[in-house]
Design a protein around this ligand. Structure first.
Ligand code: AHG
Ligand code: MN
Ligand code: MN
Ligand code: MN
Length: 334
């Protein structure tokens, strides 16, 4: 509709989160401030990703002449660490790119812990395929006594989680624990606008997503599930296979179209590949908030309690019925 092009009442992500927080009488706007710093990080990375192919020619934003080109994942990590620390609302940061957790200087400390993967899907950077940023947010227990225990918590304790996908458009998907909403970056405004309100994943999907090159090392339940996707015995049509190799993009498609994404354990990697704090937990939180499920092969993924910040876990997430089927196979075959 022509009038839509002139809409003057857009729901920006800040406005949306302010509305959500207004329902909580204790809210002081801290979460809104934290989120606006995360959004800044996403916009910075979106801009750098768009210029990635030109990096050798023009240099990436934020770099001085003559300095060696930083890898995009290293650059993204620096951007997010600086944005999160400078928000004055964070306390402990866990990043895929940093071996140790970062404890924020006491003068700048706030009550939130953020676990993040600044650039996920890095093998896809050089060929221009979608990549993303993933984040999960906790709150500290005791302001005067901040330890690693504040992030080594089950996923059920997360307050919020989200991801930003740098794809054909730039999409930020967020849950603060009351459903899932998607926002698309309007590059001319520099704002994320609510485009996908209250996302619900289809109850059953037509797609499965897995790195099938690992099939020779799978356990019986995974092998049986994929076999059933390809050769269903109940008269239903076979499922389609889609696998991008960027978790953010594979999960985003799963959320919108339905189906199941799996990164199982195999004989070579008994805990799978994906990391609990900043890959498995945030995506599991979003899936559950959208009406789907997430399973580890043993338990509900959000019930895991990590013992180390870079712990890994197998994961099966997506449409409710499809994950139910995987759970049944594990119950039968494990
Ligand atoms: P990262 O780029 O942050 O290291 O993560 C890559 C991950 C994830 O995005 C994806 O789902 C998975 O690796 C793909 O792994 P395979 O190449 O083994 O399929
Ligand atoms: Mn990396
Ligand atoms: Mn990753
Ligand atoms: Mn990464």
């Amino acid at each position: 509709h022509a009038a839509d092009a002139h809409r003057t009442d857009l729901m920006t992500i800040t406005r949306h989160v302010l509305n959500e927080q207004r329902r909580n009488p204790e809210s002081r706007g801290d979460f809104t401030i934290l989120l606006s710093h995360i959004v800044f990080g996403c916009k910075f990375v979106a801009s750098a990703v768009n210029k990635a192919g030109l990096a050798k020619l023009i240099g990436l934003a934020g770099e001085t002449n003559g300095e060696e080109q930083k890898k995009l994942d290293v650059l993204s990590n620096e951007v997010f660490v600086k944005a999160l620390v400078s928000s004055g609302r964070t306390c402990v940061l866990v990043s895929e790119e940093d071996e140790e957790a970062t404890f924020v200087d006491p003068a700048l400390r706030g009550k939130y812990c953020v676990c993040f993967d600044p650039l996920d899907g890095s093998s896809n950077i050089d060929c221009g395929v979608s990549i993303g940023t993933i984040f999960g947010i906790y709150m500290i227990k005791d302001k005067d006594n901040v330890t690693l225990e504040d992030v080594l918590q089950p996923g059920t304790n997360m307050l919020a989680a989200g991801y930003c996908m740098y794809g054909s458009s730039c999409t930020l998907v967020l849950s603060t624990g009351s459903g899932v909403n998607g926002f698309t970056l309007d590059p001319s405004l520099g704002e994320f606008i609510l485009t996908h309100p209250d996302i619900k994943i289809p109850k059953k999907g037509k797609i499965y997503s897995v790195n099938e090159g690992n099939a020779q090392n799978w356990d019986a339940a995974v092998a049986k599930f994929v076999e059933k996707c390809k050769y269903p015995k109940d008269g239903s049509p076979p499922k389609s296979l889609r696998y991008i190799g960027s978790m953010v993009a594979d999960v985003h498609r799963t959320l919108l179209y339905g189906g199941v994404f799996l990164y199982p354990a195999d004989k070579k990697s008994p805990n799978g590949k994906l990391r609990v704090l900043y890959e498995v937990f945030p995506m599991s939180f979003l899936m559950e908030q959208a009406g789907g499920q997430s399973f580890t092969g043993k338990e509900r993924a959000l019930d895991l309690v990590p013992t180390n910040i870079h712990d890994r876990s197998p994961v099966f997430l997506g449409s409710y019925d499809d994950v139910e089927e995987i759970k049944a196979l594990y119950a039968e075959l494990a």
